[in-house]
Design a protein around this ligand. Sequence first.
Ligand code: ADP
Length: 171
Amino acid sequence: MKKIEIIRGDITKFDGDAIVNAANTTLMGGGGVDGAIHRAAGPALYAACEKFNGCPTGEARLTLGFNLPAKYVIHTPGPVWHGGQHQEATLLANSYRHSLELGDQYGCQTIAFPSISTGVYAYPLKQAAQVAIQTISEFLKTAKHVQVVTMVCFDAVTLKAYQDALNDYQK
Ligand code: ADP
């Protein structure tokens, strides 16, 4: 049975097929969840990312997970929030959809996401959660391999936002 799970936790501990990294367009590491993933994966992740020469916003690239419990890391730069009139919602949906498509191509059954763009990139949490839940739900209808998508929320406010978005979507 395909489903979305929402949990509170640290995505670097996720023991599944793939975790998604809220990267920046250089793919060369940064703060927040990106920094945490690079620290936990080890320097081989940086070397693997270097080969891509960056990644446009809303697209996705896949590497191994190296020292992480997850087999793969899918790197996607989400949009920076510039007020909502600059394709932010489309770009955020693209990040989720392209990450899921790439994971599916690699046969992933379990994929975990952080709350893309709602940290330093300042995307409003409630709106970001709606985009995420809608995009993941639509994707799961046609997924070949992906069975469970887990939103790993780092704090209680983020957890509630995604729980509310999922409840509203299922109404
Ligand atoms: P962005 O630049 O896309 O906004 P950030 O890393 O600044 O990315 O924040 C995205 C979300 O990831 C925020 O909700 C932040 O609290 C969360 N986060 C930070 N570290 C972790 C972690 N280890 N596991 C899961 N989520 C994390």
